[in-house]
Ligand binder design. Sequence first.
Ligand SMILES: *Cc1c(COP(=O)(O)O)cnc(C)c1O
Length: 491
Amino acid sequence: MSTDTASGKDGSAGSPDVARVLGATCELAVRFLECLPSRAVAATASVETMRGLLSSAMPARGEDALSVIEHLARALEPGLVASAGPRYFGFVMGGATPAALAADWLTAAWDQNAFSHVSSPAASVVEEIVAAWLLDLFGLPRSAGVGLVTGGQMANFTCLAAARGDALARLGVDVEQVGLAGAPEIAVLVGAQAHVTIDSALRFLGIGRRQIGVVAADEQGRMRPEALREALRRRRDPVIVCTQAGNVNTGAFDPLREIVAIAHAHNAWVHVDGAFGLWAAAHPELRRLTDGVETADSWAVDGHKWLNVPYDSGFAIVANARAHYHAMRLGHASYLVRSEGGQERAGSDWVPESSRRARAFAVYAGLRSLGRTGVTELVERCCIWARRLADSAKREPGVVLMNEVVLNQVLLRFVEPGVSDEGDDELTTAVIRRVQEGGVCWVGPTTHQGRAAMRVSISNWSTTGADVDRAAQAIVDALRACRPPNGSPRI
Ligand SMILES: *Cc1c(COP(=O)(O)O)cnc(C)c1O
């Protein structure tokens, strides 16, 4: 390697000035965050524009680290989405609280491998502490296994892997020995509005669509207990039931206490996809929505949504820690000294990864800076904002609120009285596009009960009442702009 390519502007050949690079980077990051509340929420450049700006052949020679960073900050700016900001209401996305973000920076600087206590005692212990705090916050069994994963998808996968192994083990089948080829078929029952990541998690686990039964849901997307009872009657062991705490459209919760009782009476494993909704369990009153959640067998929950830690962060929690461990533990290669004396917990034994980011640090900092009351307030505030946005939007003629706003999700539809339903799909789609282009806030499209809807999810720690009012006004303005004056053709 030629020394000039690796040298900084200060000429320190081969040793770029870390302090200079990180100091300047910090300023760039702070400037971005300061502009976050006022910038257009959507990206101002399209994918094609970004490709045009950035595409280049693999550089032959290296470049000074700081100039690379400055190039990144400048060139990527138009393609960045203000999803960490206070008026991004698409999908279900949180931002990053200052403590969690700062801890995440340190995580990169420390560059610990959270594989085990041998690779990093710090990461290992913080992971243990965070695991205990989460179980406490959610009111889940203290003996449960907890794995720190990348998000809801991998949490669902991990939990369902434990479910698969346990369901077969109870029939005397060791799936690790015989594989699925030597095992009885597993039946899986999912609610009609299960999240798509349940499908993919099952697919990764070798469970095919033919094995998946769909249980009817009500108009809010809640699994119907009677339909589950009926579906279970028609299935032989082993059965896994996938429930939901927090429907991605409506925010609704399956009636967990009843569903778990029905499922357990049939020896079925109950998994709860609580990617964002499980956070309701951390709130003393909203907890009623999750009534009975602690009686289930496994839970998937995100950190990067409602807890507002940076991507990527999720938690796989399994009541039967042994089943969790058996599904995820690494094989015992002799050089992998994970637990001297066999006592220490190795973080990698609870997740699909081996070497891994120490994502516990950001979770620890986030939880410690919020405290129990801070978590409660964060959850409560987002729910109040959702209610406020719904109430204020629906005062406008032609705005229809499609869901019961029980949590942080609002579903809106835009109609013209006296015109066909199909036209309303078109109008709703047009209003969503206009809001997105307007840049005041960002909301996404969805389909609810076969109809187009605007989905608003309020999950960011920094959203204020004023942000919500501005967003509601932007939505109403977009509707007025899309609505034709009486009698003229639409749009
Ligand atoms: C977001 C979400 C998921 C997937 O989580 P990721 O963090 O995107 O992997 C699963 N289930 C529900 C209900 C969700 O809202």
